[in-house]
Design a protein around this ligand. Structure first.
Ligand SMILES: *[C@@H]1O[C@H](CO)[C@@H](O)[C@H](O)[C@H]1NC(C)=O
Ligand SMILES: *[C@@H]1O[C@H](CO)[C@@H](O)[C@H](O)[C@H]1NC(C)=O
Ligand SMILES: *[C@@H]1O[C@H](CO)[C@@H](O)[C@H](O)[C@H]1NC(C)=O
Ligand SMILES: *[C@@H]1O[C@H](CO)[C@@H](O)[C@H](O)[C@H]1NC(C)=O
Ligand SMILES: *[C@@H]1O[C@H](CO)[C@@H](O)[C@H](O)[C@H]1NC(C)=O
Length: 863
């Protein structure tokens, strides 16, 4: 059992060993089973050299040697270079039946007998009445004349054994159009490789083919494009005599026309019948021609050509039939010609690509066939399109504009309008993309504005819905975003440092040249520090979204973006971070900074390693929002934020009403006082002539209190509330306290919950603007930051941030007044009175139990 397993392995591995013995050449040969190895002397060569089998007394020497047994055999040559004198044949027999062949994939061994000329012979035999079939892997085989040779020196020959003797079907090289050859009944396939040539064979397949219809059937796949191929009849040099058929089946690519020519024809001497050429075309029409007639030309589709010999006279000086069949393939269609003249459109270049690899499109530029046509700027080109369906072609145009230098005097002059120029009307290809490359030279900035109205960034939350999409990118290839001009746009200006590319592609239309623009206006300005600056003015009664460049993908490493947000008078902006990606930095930090534009007043900033709260920042005046990225280690930095503009409700009316209210109150008090004085003249009176309200904390001289009303009940008035207090039950209680500290840029530790102990008045405490910065790091921790990405509703709702008392009540109006007063203290103090709605009384209970009422330095400062 063991032996039978090991033996084939050995046969496979140790096939050849060469030992040099002085003057002699000794090799050990183990033939594969079923293989015969035959050494034979070349004719008239080295008569004094012999090949010997075995060693010692049993050695036999001869001029040739046949090895049939699959066992190691010592073969000795008594000359040093037997390869010059001997050749090796390696013969295998392959028998096929309906159930298959003894060998299916024919693969000659590549390392054997390199110093000999080798001939591999496969003797094939199938059932009678059948043909043996050889399938050649792509790229197939090419037939050559005997006088020709193959470039890779691998020559294949096919022979069929006829009653009259062997007949050469043909000689072939690798790499051609023949995919299959079928030959009648019995034959031999040979592969000849000269000595010292590495074997690199095609592993063809053998099978039992169809019933006999001809002596030889050759299947040919004609390739695309212009080409011409030759095929030869058996025994082409001497001709063949038997009354047999040779059939070629040609597969012709669509959109191609074929033409058959017979460049060489030697007729036999027919004793019976005639030589005929039968054609069957793809549409099943068939016709017969004599070889001397004109053969089919400029036809389309697959076809077969069957050559039938007559019964020819066999005699020494009478040639047999030999025919060279030439098939020429050309493109069937007529090309469409046009011209692209870009000499008058500065910086404009065109590219045309065929997007359908299956199509038969053939494009040429100035009569040279090209895969992709590029017409460089400033040139004129003749284009030709053959069988190119317009929908397969993609025309893209690029216009390079050198923006005026920032230092040159034409800066700030009429901005350029980006509109698509009219292309040559003979160019019928629809324009699929137009790109402007705006180049700035001396480190300038490109300013983009809308030609009408403002720009809008197209985001999933608010899409542009335009016929075209407009992509603005930095020229390092990173996108900033998609934009459109829209009446309700909010972006007044986009400033981009360095070179910019702007790409227009159709969205709902087919051809961009229907939509010429102008799409944008371009100007240049001096260099900015950020990579991108947006100047935005949010819509009154609407929201706008701010997305970092390349959102939702990350910003470029170490890049920055700033939004300059113009808040109109009597409005406040509510800024909410609705989607912040989480990342870790390799070096540096991401930073989000908010600050007033007038550079007076407080800025707030957060880094990626600090908490980022999911609430709302309110700004009563124009401000900037600045975001800069670090060198990320993992993940990326992308922020989507939202600005909502709200009217500072009825401010003037409020003031008037407040004044009237106070006057009325004073009047009533005065009346009461007068009445009381009149009624009780002798009673002593408390001196309560003034009410001072420093920064919203009511202060009444003396010990007296005002009567309380429900709305003013101090049980829902808080001097300040910080987020952990309010949302502490939602947050991770185990979070170390340090995480919560110092996230404000000014590092203030403020806003600890402090139950309101002072006397209540009829004026609800004002909301200091700084108290409305809910991004305050103390309120969050890592968990809060994570939940920011997908904020739960409970996280958004409880925070009061808009006028808390029903509008129009005296209390509300007064709040505004107090607020105005507070505003002047804003940069100093951080007292943050917030009045909770009754809904939050539940929360209040929890907060009261957590009464960590620290000192109020900021309050004292404010005093
Ligand atoms: C090799 O052997 C043959 C027969 O044994 C002999 O005739 C021939 O001379 C030898 N050649 C050399 C080179 O020894
Ligand atoms: C096959 O032939 C074609 C043209 O005859 C040639 O361009 C190509 O390089 C050849 N390929 C190989 C693998 O020899
Ligand atoms: C290709 O063949 C078709 C059909 O036979 C014919 O109409 C067309 O003119 C031919 N094309 C050329 C270039 O001859
Ligand atoms: C813009 O592109 C031009 C040409 O490619 C280059 O010379 C120039 O340095 C680029 N400008 C910037 C700011 O990168
Ligand atoms: C925004 O941040 C960048 C990078 O830190 C800085 O260069 C730039 O001056 C900042 N802009 C504003 C308006 O703060």
């Amino acid at each position: 059992m063991m032996g039978s397993c090991v033996a084939p392995v050995l046969i496979g591995l140790i096939l050849l060993q060469i030992h040099e013995i002085s003057e002699c050449h000794k090799i050990e040969v183990t033939p594969d089973s079923g293989t015969v190895i035959f050494f034979s002397k070349k004719p008239a060569e080295g008569l004094d050299c012999s090949v010997c089998k075995d060693e010692g007394p049993s050695q036999t020497c001869n001029s040739n040697l046949e090895l049939t047994e699959a066992r190691p055999t010592i073969v000795t040559f008594n000359c040093s270079q037997p390869g010059n004198i001997f050749t090796v044949q390696i013969n295998q027999k392959i028998e096929c039946s309906t159930s298959g062949c003894s060998i299916i994939a024919v693969h000659p061994h590549s390392t054997r007998f390199l110093e000999f000329k080798r001939t591999f012979n496969w003797d094939l035999k199938v059932q009678s009445g059948k043909m043996f079939q050889l399938d050649f892997p792509a790229p197939g085989m090419r037939q050559i004349k005997l006088s020709e040779s193959c470039p890779d020196k691998h020559t294949y020959t096919i022979i069929t054994y006829q009653r009259a003797g062997p007949l050469s079907v043909g000689t072939f090289c690798r790499n051609g159009t023949i995919s299959r050859i079928q030959v009648l009944y019995r034959g031999r396939v040979s592969l000849e490789v000269p000595k010292d040539t590495e074997l690199n064979p095609s592993d063809f397949k053998v099978s039992q083919g169809s019933d006999t219809t001809a002596l030889v059937v050759v299947d040919v796949k004609l390739p695309r494009g212009l080409s011409s191929f030759d095929f030869f009849t058996p025994n082409y040099d001497t001709g063949f005599y038997s009354e047999d058929k040779i059939k070629w089946n040609f597969a012709v690519e669509p959109m191609h026309n074929f033409t058959v020519l017979f460049p060489q024809y030697t007729p036999p001497e027919c004793q019976k019948n005639k030589v005929l050429v039968d054609y069957t075309l793809g549409d099943k029409t068939s016709f017969t021609k004599a070889p001397t007639e004109i053969q089919p030309a400029n036809k389309q589709g697959d076809f077969s050509l069957t050559l039938t010999n007559c019964e020819a006279k066999r005699a020494a000086n009478v040639p047999g039939l030999s025919l060279n069949v030439n098939v020429e393939v050309t493109r069937g269609g007529t090309p469409v010609l046009c011209t692209a003249d870009l000499r008058n459109e500065e910086g404009l270049s065109l590219q045309i690509e065929n997007k359908n690899p299956e199509s038969f499109c053939e494009m040429s530029l100035n009569s040279v066939v090209q895969e992709k046509i590029v017409v460089p700027a400033g040139t004129k080109a003749d284009l030709s399109f053959l069988d190119c369906p317009v929908q397969d072609l993609q025309l893209t145009a690029t216009k390079t504009i050198d923006c005026p230098s920032v230092s040159s005097r034409d800066v700030g002059t009429i901005p350029l309008s980006l509109a698509i120029p009219t292309l040559d009307p003979s160019l019928h290809v629809p324009l699929q993309q137009f790109t402007w490359l705006l180049r700035v030279l001396d480190q300038g900035t490109v300013d983009l504005t809308s030609p009408a109205g403002n720009l809008l960034q197209s985001l999933p939350v608010k899409d542009c819905n335009e016929k075209v999409s407009l992509l603005i990118s930095e020229t390092d290839g990173s996108n900033i975003g998609y934009f459109c001009s829209l009446a309700e746009g909010t972006i007044q200006k986009i400033q981009i440092k360095g070179n910019v590319s702007i790409t227009v592609t159709p969205k709902t239309i087919k051809d961009l040249s229907q939509e010429k623009g102008p799409f944008l206006k371009v100007a240049t300005s001096p260099e900015i520090t950020e990579n991108v600056i947006y100047t935005v003015s949010p819509l009154i009664l609407g929201t706008m979204n701010l997305a970092t460049p390349n959102w939702p993908k990350g910003m470029n490493p170490s890049s920055s973006v700033t939004w300059i947000v113009n808040v109109p008078q009597e409005h406040k902006a509510e800024l909410q971070f609705i989607d912040v990606s989480k990342l870790t930095c390799e070096s540096g930090h991401t930073e989000v900074t908010i600050g007033p534009l007038d550079s007076q007043g407080q800025t707030q900033s957060w880094r990626e390693d600090q908490s980022f709260i999911n609430t709302v920042v309110q700004q009563q005046q124009s401000f900037y929002l600045n975001m800069s990225n670090c060198e990320p280690k993992s993940d990326h930095f992308a922020v989507l934020s939202k600005i909502t503009l709200q009217k500072e409700t009825k401010k003037f009316l409020g003031i008037i009403l407040a004044v009237v209210g106070v006057l009325l109150l004073l009047l009533i008090i005065a009346l009461i006082v007068v009445c009381v004085i009149r009624k009780r003249k002798n009673k002593p009176t408390a001196n309560r002539s003034s009410i001072y309200m420093p920064r919203g904390k009511p202060f009444l001289p003396g010990n007296a209190t005002f009567p309380k009303s429900r709305a003013d009940n101090e049980s829902h008035v808080y001097a300040s509330i910080d987020d952990p207090t309010m949302y502490g039950h939602l947050l991770d209680k185990n979070q170390p306290a340090e995480v919560d500290n110092g996230s404000w840029s000014n590092g203030h530790q403020v806003d600890a919950y402090r139950p309101f102990t002072g006397p209540a008045d009829s004026i609800p405490p004002a909301t200091d603007s700084s108290a409305e910065y809910p991004l305050d790091g103390r309120g969050g921790d890592r968990e809060a930051f994570q939940s920011f990405l997908n904020p739960p509703n409970t996280f958004n709702l409880p925070r009061p941030r808009s006028p808390l008392v029903s509008q129009g009540s005296i209390g509300f109006e007064d709040r505004r007044m107090v607020h105005n007063e507070l505003h002047t203290f804003k940069s100093v103090g951080d007292i943050n009175p917030i009045r909770l709605s009754t809904d939050e009384s539940k929360l209040k209970l929890e907060m009261e139990s957590d009464s960590d009422s620290g000192p109020e330095p900021e309050y004292e400062e404010a005093m």
